[in-house]
Design a protein around this ligand. Structure first.
Ligand SMILES: Cc1ncc(COP(=O)(O)O)c(C=O)c1O
Length: 398
């Protein structure tokens, strides 16, 4: 909505950041209610329903769910604090901005990090993971922290291949997957993939407001955490294993967010996960086809060089030197009501990103692409003019 506008601008502003994403009316409406008292059994029931729904979404039968009033950074920190004592080591394969931020955060809390190289435009190479684990003769690496989709690069790695790399190295490290950007957009099956801990957040494919992070923890990771003597309180998984919502959340539960999450999970269930994944794949293809057309004139290009690794959640678009990304975003947002994201970290100013995850449909994507084209015209950025047309054809072909 354009509620921040001084005068009324008709219609909605299209939100195409890769999180926070557009929130469906069903979710907003579900949150619009008074809280319950802590002792109301319906509150415990609500938390349990959300846990069950998340388990179903993650395709895990067995994992414990721990939910935090936090963003993704909080869920990262919960994982680090529970799995590693200060001085212990995580292997963090390079995916770009988000693997690096996770590494910096782990180091800031006293953990050691071994990184594998990130090659711009490419997903994780599982061979790098295998080699790093084979080189760890003393078995000091406790866990492999893997970002499934790096929201900055727009590349999705192959979790199955990374699991295979860990197994091939014969290393006992836990497999931890950050699915913040891929959850409810790309297929993910925690148990089948042998993921020990999955880390997620509310504001992307889950179609909820920001403010809710969670981790799903399998028995092996839970046992390791239980033996970890590092002092911790708020993040502690052991403390949160309880039926009572006040214990689950280490304090007051985020009730209205839970109502929203319950509604969002029901929407995903109603659509069916196969359809949700197919919708994301189709919309992503339309965006990427359009960008390929735009790129004919040489000013913009797809950042991810590996077509099968291009994310179904977000597309990162490189720009050639001289293109003012922030001016482009500003024109798109203020004149055409299309809000998309800039680049992060070292890529800042060299790329922009179109989010296409969560509560999105074909008309929204076409509106977004047309808005970006209009802004490129205003900014005198040359682009192949048939981008929207090719996206329409792509969507029409199904
Ligand atoms: C892949 C990934 N991991 C972690 C985070 C951190 O999440 P938050 O910004 O909610 O702290 C993000 C945020 O965009 C992300 O995209």
């Amino acid at each position: 909505m354009n509620s921040d506008s001084p005068g009324r601008i008709p219609g909605d502003r299209f939100l195409h950041s890769p999180g926070p994403t557009h929130i469906p009316a069903e979710v907003l409406n579900a949150m619009h209610r008074q809280p319950m008292d802590h002792g109301d059994p319906r509150l415990d029931q609500l938390a349990a329903t959300c846990e069950t729904g998340l388990r179903r979404l993650l395709q895990t039968e067995r994992a414990d769910l721990f939910m935090y009033i936090s963003n993704g950074h909080g869920a990262w920190e919960a994982t680090t604090e529970n799995l590693l004592t200060p001085g212990q080591t995580a292997l963090i394969p390079g995916t770009g901005h988000f693997s690096e931020q996770w590494a910096i955060q782990a180091e800031a809390t006293g953990r050691r990090v071994i990184r594998t190289p990130h090659r711009e435009g490419y997903p994780i190479d599982p061979n790098d993971v295998e080699q790093a684990l084979r080189a760890d003769k003393k078995r000091e690496i406790v866990a492999v922290f893997t970002v499934h989709t790096d929201t900055a690069s727009g590349a999705t790695c192959d979790l199955k291949a990374i699991r295979a790399a860990i197994d091939a190295a014969g290393h006992p490290a836990l497999f931890v997957a950050d699915i913040v950007a891929s959850l409810a957009a790309a297929p993910f099956a925690m148990d089948a993939l042998g993921v020990n801990v999955a880390v997620g957040a509310s504001q992307k494919g889950l179609m909820c407001p920001p403010g809710f992070g969670f981790v799903a923890v399998d028995a092996r990771a839970g046992e390791l955490a239980a033996k970890n003597p590092a002092p911790r309180y708020y993040w502690d998984w052991g403390r949160r294993k309880a039926e009572y919502s006040y214990r689950k959340f280490c304090g007051t539960a985020p009730q209205n967010l839970l109502f929203g999450l319950e509604a969002a999970l029901a929407l995903l269930d109603r659509e069916g996960m196969a359809a949700v994944h197919a919708r994301h794949a189709s919309l992503a293809r339309a965006v990427q086809v359009a960008v390929e057309c735009w790129s004919r004139e040489g000013a913009v290009s797809l950042h991810c060089r590996v077509p099968e690794a291009r994310s179904v959640s977000v597309t990162t678009i490189d720009v050639r030197p001289g293109v003012d990304v922030e001016a482009l975003r500003s024109v798109a947002r203020e004149r055409f009501q299309v809000a998309f994201a800039g680049a992060l970290g070292p890529q800042f100013g060299r790329a922009f990103r179109i989010g296409h995850l969560g509560d999105v449909n074909a008309a929204m994507i076409l509106g977004c692409l047309a808005g970006v084209e209009a802004a490129m015209l205003v900014q005198d950025i040359p682009f192949g003019r048939d981008g929207v047309q090719k996206a329409v054809e792509c969507l029409a072909a199904g």
